[in-house]
Ligand binder design. Structure first.
Ligand code: ZN
Length: 62
């Protein structure tokens, strides 16, 4: 699995189907083989980054 944002493989697991990219500090969750990306704002809320990526980029390969 590779971060669609920075292409890093430095992905940590933080929960079931939940991952964190240590290089660009975004959260990734996987549902139905699609990644959903979230950025943690300064106030602790999550904002979705899905719109920044195509379906192709967010697809989880095998
Ligand atoms: Zn990243």
């Amino acid at each position: 699995m590779r971060c669609p944002n920075c292409r890093s493989k430095n992905i940590g697991i933080i929960g079931p189907e939940q991952y964190y990219c240590w290089d660009c500090y975004i959260e990734l969750s996987v549902q139905n083989n699609m990644m959903h990306l979230h950025e943690v704002e300064m106030d602790g809320t999550l904002s979705s980054l899905d719109d920044l990526f195509s379906d192709e980029e967010r697809r989880v390969e095998g």
